[in-house]
Write a protein that binds this ligand. Structure first.
Ligand SMILES: Nc1ncnc2c1ncn2[C@@H]1O[C@H](COP(=O)(O)OP(=O)(O)OP(=O)(O)O)[C@@H](O)[C@H]1O
Length: 234
């Protein structure tokens, strides 16, 4: 479904990704694991066109999307939940969700999409008139996810979906990722905690210092010497 091939990414003259490749197969949940500053967010941003790609390619469902601007990505079936949720905190829950349907390819189906999204997150239908900034961190994350789903993506990118959330809320977000995946949507997310990465994913990648150093199933990753070295220093 998604092939990321040999990406090099720079911030100015500072290189942050070296020759990074990864694959997402239809219907999979894939985690990009890595310590702080290893470049996980940059991988997702590069796929989404939020940072320029110096070398390499992003192929999605057979099309080369490497230079496609971010605002066109939703029309190709990819959407992203940004880190720290980035809601419009003085707007209501419903208004925030509707912002996910701004693109012309989506606008005509807004009503159906809203019904679908609110059926996945009934609490957001109940709270539709609440000001988003007054909700808890977990609820705000749900709003951000709901907004990204309004374009009915076939692939959802999630930048640190558990960041700053209490363990109980993390469990809820894990359930939501499963639910989204149950709708046939593939998910690619990044996370720095090993257990959280592999609790929900079929496949994972480990990034270290801007390079992919390992890939495998959750079990393979959890038991690998490389993960133990990067995380435990053994
Ligand atoms: N806009 C930017 N300009 C310059 N350097 C940046 C920018 N964003 C990130 N970096 C640097 O690029 C490197 C990779 O950052 P990135 O955010 O992708 O890592 P990460 O693995 O997601 O880390 P974290 O878990 O802290 O979010 C880091 O050294 C970071 O300081």
């Amino acid at each position: 479904m998604l092939q990321v091939e040999n990406l090099d990414v720079f911030y100015g003259s500072y290189q942050v990704l070296w020759d990074v490749s990864l694959d997402v197969t239809n219907g999979e949940v894939v985690a990009v694991l890595g310590p702080n500053g290893s470049g996980k967010s940059t991988v997702l941003k590069a796929i989404m066109g939020l940072v320029p790609i110096r070398a390499g390619r992003v192929i999605f469902e057979g099309s080369d999307l490497t230079r496609v601007p971010t605002h066109e990505m939703v029309a190709h079936g990819i959407s992203m939940v940004l880190e720290r949720r980035r809601l419009f905190t003085n707007m209501t829950v419903r208004e925030n969700i509707l912002l996910g349907a701004y693109h012309k390819s989506v606008a005509s189906q807004t009503k159906d999409r809203l019904e679908w999204v609110e059926s996945l997150f009934p609490i957001l239908a109940e709270r539709r008139d609440q000001i988003a900034g007054k909700m808890s961190g977990g609820e705000q994350q749900m709003v951000a996810i709901a907004r990204s789903l309004m374009s009915k993506p076939r692939l959802l990118l999630m930048d640190e979906p558990y960041l700053g959330l209490a363990p109980k809320i993390v469990d809820q977000i894990v359930q939501i990722i499963r639910k989204i995946n149950g709708e046939g949507i593939a998910v690619l997310f990044n996370e720095q905690n090993v257990k959280l990465s592999f609790g929900v994913s079929n496949q994972g990648y480990l990034l270290e210092g801007g390079r992919m150093v390992l890939s495998g199933t959750g079990d393979e990753m959890m038991n690998s010497d490389v993960v133990r070295r990067v995380y435990l220093g053994v």
